[in-house]
Design a binder for this molecule. Structure first.
Ligand code: ZN
Length: 469
């Protein structure tokens, strides 16, 4: 799997962000250089949309290790001397960066870029083969006239970024490539563009727009060994407040790069889900590699047979999206069969506190009352108190249920263990530990839940029932 860095993203404070009316300055661009010894088969430009305005204001984090230490060590001894703003060059293993960022911020960015590059090259299985050159601009006024390529300049003036590249092909195989990134110095754009540059340089292509831009958006958020959702608050609010864009719309052909940050948000959502959900992740990586190859597969070919399932999980993901949501832990269980229980028969399941809805194995019948017997406890944080799902203090930590019927879910409910539960409709019952969707991943413990019909139980313990007033 893949993770990208975003270490300090959420720690940086964003002011009240208003969604920008501006959209993109970067359109599809064509390189015209004739220096290439091969037939020029492809030219690509990838724009990164102007970000929500808050994104441009968070260059303040300075916690990473410096990439090159000499000036930094000097700075430590003389902290009072401010470095005059100027365009400087910084290099690291895979990057050459021209920027007017202050040295500590430039080094912090290089460190983040290197970390991300390590993660994406592991994900795509190809080490980066050549230096990625980047122009990262904080204040255009500092840059001498003519020092930035006009198409890059236009993108930067629009508050965005663009990757200009060209690929040399022999037949359909990419044999060489060049890529230069032009980007504003906000938190996410340089990393987004660096993903495009990596793909261009190492595959000669970046894939169809939905994949190319969705993966580049993921690039700015990916963290090592962290699968949780952690996105820009404005992007988050937009996804939460908008009617879901259909999968067909997201993957539709004929889209252009740099259309709008809102479209990028949907592409991110689809790529994040497919890359993390355990039902689809194993097919997503090879699909991506084929999209980056000369014989591309397609979303429809890969996932067509599971279209209903993917659509259900995509809608579910958007509905329950929270910062901290774990698509891998909330993957739907399509395999466990639900059965009706008759007489004194029962079904049993193990419910993991940190996972989303899990199959109880019960096929509930409308109007039937069921008795639940949970065994065990769980915790809402690693060090928290052990809680029984039968606890009656508040709703958090109790056993919650939802009914699944023909790809539709009922409203969820908290189960009263003492009173039993009467099914409001037919459906397969799914269970989980009641807590916010963004807060599940640190939970521990599993509870075994046995379910049987309460009616049979009442008849067996008829004396007890009769003695009640
Ligand atoms: Zn892009």
């Amino acid at each position: 799997m893949h993770r990208f860095p975003l270490q300090q993203y959420l720690k940086s404070t964003h002011g009240a962000c208003s969604r920008p009316a501006r959209s993109f300055s970067a359109a599809v661009l064509i390189m015209t250089t004739l220096l290439w010894p091969f037939a020029m088969g492809g030219h690509e430009a990838h724009g990164q949309g102007a970000k929500p305005s808050g994104a441009a204001k968070d260059e303040g984090t300075k916690t990473s290790k410096p990439v090159s230490t000499k000036p930094a060590e000097r700075d430590k001894k003389r902290p009072a001397a401010p470095v005059p703003p100027a365009v400087r060059d910084y290099s690291s293993r895979n990057f050459l960066m021209h920027t007017d960022l202050p040295p500590d911020e430039a080094k912090d960015l290089l460190t983040r870029l290197e970390t991300m590059l390590g993660l994406i090259s592991k994900y795509w299985g190809k080490p980066n083969r050549t230096t990625i050159e980047m122009y990262v601009v904080k204040d255009l006024a500092i840059w001498p006239p003519g020092s930035i390529e006009p198409r890059g300049l236009a993108s930067i003036e629009g508050g965005a970024g663009v990757t200009l590249g060209q690929t040399a092909f022999l037949g359909t195989e990419a044999v060489d490539a060049k890529a230069i990134v032009y980007s504003v110095a906000d938190r996410g754009t340089p990393q987004h563009e660096a993903v495009h540059a990596y793909c261009l340089l190492n595959f000669g292509r970046t894939g169809p727009i939905w994949y190319s831009e969705g993966m580049a958006e993921m690039g700015q958020y990916w963290k090592d060994k962290d699968f949780s959702v952690s996105i820009h608050p404005v992007v988050f609010d937009y996804l939460k407040s908008s009617p879901p864009k259909s999968l067909d719309e997201i993957i539709a052909p004929g889209q252009t790069t740099g259309d709008s940050w809102q479209n990028y948000a949907w592409r991110w959502a689809l790529c994040h889900l497919l890359a993390n959900n355990t039902n689809y992740a194993a097919r997503f990586r090879p699909l991506g590699l084929s999209l980056l190859s000369s014989k591309p597969g397609s979303f429809e070919l890969t996932y067509g047979p599971a279209a209903k399932e993917i659509n259900f999980e995509y809608q579910f993901f958007l509905k329950h999206l929270e910062q901290g949501f774990r698509a891998d832990l909330c993957s739907w269980d399509w395999n466990t069969k639900a059965v009706t229980v008759k007489g004194t028969a029962s079904v049993q399941s193990k419910i993991d506190a940190k996972k989303g809805w899990q199959a109880s194995r019960l096929l509930a019948k409308e109007g039937e009352t069921y008795q639940f017997t949970p065994t065990g406890t769980w915790k809402l944080t690693a060090e928290g108190e052990a809680i029984s799902p039968a606890s009656t203090e508040g709703e958090t930590g109790r056993l919650a249920g939802v009914l699944f019927n023909d790809y539709e879910l009922s409203e969820p409910f908290v189960i009263d263990i003492a009173q039993g539960w009467t099914a409001p409709s037919d459906g397969a019952l799914y269970l989980r530990c009641q807590e916010g969707w963004g807060a599940l991943q640190d939970n521990t413990g599993t509870v075994t839940v046995k379910i049987k019909r309460a009616a049979e139980n009442s008849r067996e313990s008829g004396i007890k029932e009769a003695s009640k007033p």
